[in-house]
Write a protein that binds this ligand. Sequence first.
Ligand code: PEP
Ligand code: MG
Length: 907
Amino acid sequence: MAKKYVYFFGDGKADGNAKMKNLLGGKGANIAEMTNLGIPVPPGFTITTEVCTLYYKNNRRYPMELKAQVDKAMARVEKIMGKRFGDPERPLLVSVRSGARSSMPGMMETVLNIGLTTKTIPGMIKMTKNPRFVYDAYRRLLMMYSDVVMEKAAGIESEDGHGIREKLEHEMDRVKKEKGYKNDTELTVDDLKYLCERFKEIIKTTLKKDFPDDPQEQLWGGIGAVFQSWMGKRAVAYRRIEGIPEDWGTAVNVQAMVFGNTGDNSATGVAFTRNPATGEDVFYGEWLPNAQGEDVVAGIRTPNPVNKAGKTDDTKHLPSLEEIMPDVYKQLFKIQKRLETHYRDMQDIEFTIEDGRLWMLQTRVGKRNGQAAIRMAVEMAKSGLIKKEQAIMRVKPNQIDELLHPSVDPAEEKKAPMLAKGLPAGPGGATGKVVFTADDAETWSKKGEKVILVRTETSPEDVHGMHAAEAILTAKGGMTSHAALVARGWGKCCIVGCSDLDINLKKREINVNGRVLKEGDWITLNGTTGRVYEGKLKLLPADPEHNKWYKELMKWADKFRRLKVRTNADTPHDSTIAKQYGAEGIGLCRTEHMFFGPDRIKAVREMILSDTTEERRKALAKLLPMQREDFKGIFRAMNGLPVTIRLLDPPLHEFLPHTDTELHELADEMGVPFERLDAKNKSLHEFNPMLGHRGCRLGVTYPEIYEMQVQAIMEATCELKKDRVKVIPEIMIPLVGHVNEFKKMKEIVVKVAEDVQKNYRIKVPYTVGTMIELPRACVTSDEIAEVADFYSFGTNDLTQTVYGLSRDDAGRFLPFYVENGILKDDPFITIDIEGVGALMRIAVEKGRKIKKNLKVGICGEHGGEPKSVEFCHSIGLDYVSCSPFRVPIARFSAAQAAIKEKAKKKK
Ligand code: PEP
Ligand code: MG
């Protein structure tokens, strides 16, 4: 039997179902599922993603069997609709849409009204008795087809603002202006007829080709364009950002057209089964009477709320579907409930009402921001729709992160005069400099500027700039516009439909009710309310502690996870924040940060530049009480939780004076000649300091430094014990490569620790462990484990040394590697599992062979990155440690890792 490339759906029966996403794409699979559920869906067929892959494999040629299968499916659609494709009497029109496995909002192509030709137009007019509607449909076809098929798919690159679509829009605006119309709906039949002819001329002169007047040519042009668009610039860019593999391909859905713009009894809309911005369990959506789907999504007209519950102060005067067409609304309401229960998740649905008859065009899992994702997951689990595990798996770690994002300080906001107001599409606050193009957003942000991308509306071509910007602000568009969807997916602050903005792209300025803002001016957005302010308002850190759904979800997550989560902190303040975020100890206290304080740096420099041990000890004695107080502060903040303190690690020159003036001052203070100090300073120069005199090598050569630090740690511990504060210090030696280095350092630590306890006449518990951050330490871990009490992976240095890649210089070329697919991820962000990970595995296995219960953690930057946390779970680490703000993400990722592992074992 010939291979099946075309899957039919219609009249209550479909060849496919929701499980076939890989083959039919998300949209095709869900349309099939809806059809099988008996929900009214216009009939059609899906050409599989496999065809897309074959098309590219075979030099952009379709499999031979495809044409016959398409013809057969089309015949079935014709039968159900009682119309025929290309028939002059009763013509069937179809839409052609893309549908990838995972939704790529606005990324892919759609062409509507395919099948309208000079031969079928009279038949359509006869059928609908509405010539205006028919010519309007024709002008839409001309616009979309010339743009998508004849220009983009043909690989014609037009300058920004000079594409065929803009040219046609420009012509339409010209006619509207000439006639004094405000809205498209005011265009008469004759205007539209004239416009269609003009459009055809412009297409011919611009693209040097006639618009095809043959339905089959239109159909195959549309299908080809969808496949082409898979390799289009914007789809490729989106895939890269979202990590979607190229070989997934897209499906093509061909579906009978139903029209929301045949008159006042018709309408179209987009809705969500729950509010996608807050997560509240209310049916939420937008609709437009007498309109086609693209009108709602493109934000050309500002849509109305679908029901009374969705009205806000700004939309309360607008008519809802619930009020205007109560029966259809009731039917729609039932269907959306059914879909949500069936899919057990919030759905994003598209519908069209043609002459009072409701058609469902699409259902898919709705994008949502972090706040909404968390609330929905928790409420769905509580109502029994899903399990707690599912609730946890459904929220992405970066959505947890979103909740931890800043908001505009209400006190400052109260005082600030509002510049404009739009629709709150992505919550949280953001402040940045105005830029007008996606490219500028990217370039400025690369230079370290915080920018806000301001556009009339965004299009998929803008995604790179939207990604780079702190926030997005658009003059047009509704809550379901491109900007809103994309921003929501990323959890980015975003305001759309801010109609007071008059953007002049050429002059690079915005006129807002007479006020002029220029490129580079600061603005602040409150994405939760849709308010825009001039200037740079203060942002407040996030306040997840007052979010009951978040707290509940995190409570569940903590029950599921096995990994403990600690924090990297070196001040009492950071330690306190981290503890509030759920840190269960400190995994890395970098003591060098304590040496930079203005009250200490001089003593540190004195210590480094001293020539004799005596001089060094003198300087260290000045530091001792300060270090002791530092540790006491941290120990108190952690109140009994374990604290891992790392002894001095960085190359000494990092602390040295950089100018002669500073050196002179220091020479005076130390009472030594400037020349001597200068020579010493120069002698400390290293060619490759990161691989030079640092880590335990400092302790080996200058044991007095480590002695002082251990003394401070132990004295702090003993003194606090007297105050009845429980302290568990874990003393950690950095950059150990050979077991003998560790042995030597441990001797020093134990000697000082014992002396201090004797002096204080008390016993306190303490342990001595090591960072594992050199390849040699990993492979000789069986030797080190004999003497070390614990390990902590320093994956920053381990990555640097495994890859032979300087962590300070990699930024110059590593992004290029990732952009060009040489590396999937930046190894300094996500653990390189095959390389660095393999060594970590060896270290754990060898270490635990010697000490079965050897405690092993990680304190490199990777400790707060979800994929790396999953890996750490999988190799049996005891804990991950990360910066305070990433603690909740790490807790959550650890729970997801545990749930995933359980599910895998079950299989
Ligand atoms: C590491 O190398 O991973 C680490 C935590 O230490 P640092 O970043 O301070 O070198
Ligand atoms: Mg390190």
